[in-house]
Ligand binder design. Structure first.
Ligand SMILES: Nc1ncnc2c1ncn2[C@@H]1O[C@H](COP(=O)(O)OP(=O)(O)OP(=O)(O)O)[C@@H](O)[C@H]1O
Ligand SMILES: [Mg+2]
Length: 280
């Protein structure tokens, strides 16, 4: 069974007229890395909320259809229970800190204490998360004395410590400088290698081209396409959805170079170089 099943999902925020999500259906297999793309107000964040239970449990409003994540029908379970299956990371790492802990270690332990784990288990899980996110060396630092990239990795570690099988990230690098951004992409790639299913809303298509197995393209609350990056980024009508293809794809189009195997334009510089016989 697919780890995520969305069937005919519709959603309208309270006191609004327009549907933020319109009849969305798709499935995700365990271990996939999915990139959610689309212009501002396309519905990316709302879809992230719907996959993690904030819609409809925190944001009420009008809801239709079905979302099943890791076997749980989202509408029928509480956010606390859902959070041990699906983790959600927001764009601003600062807003995700508890604000009441003096060390990174305690910050990551906070959620585990809340679900009542034993001390030994908490320590093991925090150590494991510190390693996975490559932040062991800063475990005694104050969470507010960190760089943006480090702080976002602490936020991800706090979520990963709950051992979710699915991690959802809503533009996790939009407030970070290029270095912090790279740090976060690197650790998310590591988590994907560990077998965690990743769903990431992101505006940086060049990054998505490198990491995503499939791209879910949204516009006006609708699902426009859900396919491999080569196919989605080769679309002629991409700009109508407010999107630019990755630089490598635009270059390949200008040069008329397609991937001979797939028939799509290359999406990364390495793929383009391979097609023209280089060895980047
Ligand atoms: N809290 C809210 N209350 C009412 N309407 C909302 C709320 N949040 C979002 N919306 C509306 O829902 C629609 C989808 O917005 P959403 O934030 O999901 O888009 P997005 O693709 O994440 O955009 P961005 O790229 O700017 O983050 C928009 O029309 C937006 O105005
Ligand atoms: Mg958003």
């Amino acid at each position: 069974m697919s780890i995520i099943q969305v069937e005919g999902l519709k959603y309208k925020y309270p006191d609004t007229e327009k549907l933020a999500l319109r009849d969305i259906s798709f499935e995700v297999e365990e271990g996939e890395f999915i990139g959610i793309a689309g212009r501002n107000t396309a519905g990316k964040s709302t879809l992230c909320f719907a996959l993690s239970g904030l819609v409809p449990h925190f944001f009420n409003g009008g809801y239709g259809g079905k979302v099943i994540v890791d076997g749980l029908e989202i509408r029928k379970h509480e956010v606390g229970e859902i959070s041990t299956h699906v983790g959600l990371v927001f764009e601003n790492p600062f807003s995700q800190m508890t604000g009441s802990k003096y060390t990174v270690f305690e910050e990551i332990a906070f959620g585990l204490e809340n679900i009542g784990l034993e001390r030994k288990q908490i320590i093991d899980r925090v150590e494991e998360s510190l390693q996975l996110l490559d932040i062991t060396t800063i475990k005694d630092k104050n969470p507010f004395d960190l760089s943006g990239g480090q702080m976002q990795r602490v936020a991800i570690a706090s979520v990963i410590a709950m051992k979710p099988r699915i991690l959802i990230l809503d533009e996790p690098t939009s407030q970070l400088d290029p270095q912090g951004s790279d740090e976060v992409f690197k650790v998310v790639e590591n988590l994907a290698k560990e077998g965690i299913t990743i769903i990431m809303a992101e505006h940086k298509m060049d990054k998505m081209a490198n990491y995503a197995d499939r791209i879910l393209l949204m516009d006006h609350g609708q699902l426009v396409d859900f396919d491999v990056p080569g196919k989605v980024f080769s679309r002629d009508d991409l700009q109508e959805y407010g999107m630019d293809a990755p630089a490598a794809t635009r270059m390949s189009k200008a040069l008329g170079i397609k991937n001979k195997k797939t028939g799509y334009f290359p999406v990364t510089i390495n793929e383009l170089a391979r097609e023209i016989g280089g060895n980047v």
